[in-house]
Design a protein around this ligand. Structure first.
Ligand code: ATP
Ligand code: MG
Length: 197
């Protein structure tokens, strides 16, 4: 391709992008869903939270699944003065599978989320692995949808989890689907601190 036709093409592209930027004028918080079986959903959510904190914003995290290990993100961010970090008590782990106890823990975690969703001082909320609560019927969808829709206008919310309930997807602004192409685990590589947790 000649240099001049390359330049023409790039100018046309820029004009289209500039027009789209000019049209996006609404200023409000967004609901972001990060779903799929690939690696990178929770780490993307916490990466976005770091971005927000860098701008002096205030954040809260509610983790709906308690792993055996504390995650590096929890160890790092929980000390931050503008982060509130909550882990679902007793919670749902792959080991416990005590339905009644899990349901109660999910309800308690949801109570925390509800408070956060009514507090405009929080700029960004991460509800990590919340989607499983609907899959296993530990939480009802309706009140969650309502609280999300009634939250402060500028508040951003990120929900992660492999599968997302359809009604949640309908009210979301941004949905990213992380697919697996390959995962080291399937090559026999052991889960490691700093990568997996
Ligand atoms: P991460 O926390 O690394 O961003 P994630 O949130 O996308 O991952 P989850 O479904 O929450 O993924 O699973 C969390 C853990 O499982 C992480 O330790 C991650 O490395 C691992 N994991 C994610 N995807 C896969 C996969 N396809 N096969 C095996 N392990 C995986
Ligand atoms: Mg995750």
């Amino acid at each position: 391709m000649s240099n001049s036709s390359y330049q023409e093409r790039m100018q046309r592209k820029k004009a289209i992008i500039d027009e789209r930027i000019a049209k996006a004028t609404e200023e409000r918080g967004v609901l972001i869903l990060l779903k799929g079986n690939g690696k990178g959903k929770s780490s993307s959510a916490f990466g976005t939270m770091a971005r927000s904190l860098g701008h002096g914003q205030k954040a809260a995290v509610v983790q709906f699944i308690k792993g055996k290990q504390q995650t590096g993100e929890q160890l790092f961010f929980a000390q931050h003065p503008r982060v509130d970090w909550h882990v679902m008590g007793h919670g749902f782990t792959w080991e416990t599978q005590d339905q009644e106890q899990d349901r109660l823990a999910a309800q308690a975690a949801w109570q925390i989320c509800q408070g956060l969703l009514q507090d405009p001082s929080y700029d960004i909320l991460v509800f990590d692995e919340m989607s499983y609560m609907f899959k296993y019927h530990y939480l009802e969808l309706e009140p969650v949808l309502k609280a999300l829709q009634q939250r402060p206008k500028q508040q951003n919310v990120i929900i992660t989890g492999r599968t997302m309930a359809e009604p949640l997807q309908q009210i979301a602004d941004t949905i990213s689907h992380v697919e697996v192409e390959r995962h080291a685990f399937n090559l026999g590589v052991k889960a490691q601190a700093g990568i997996e947790f």
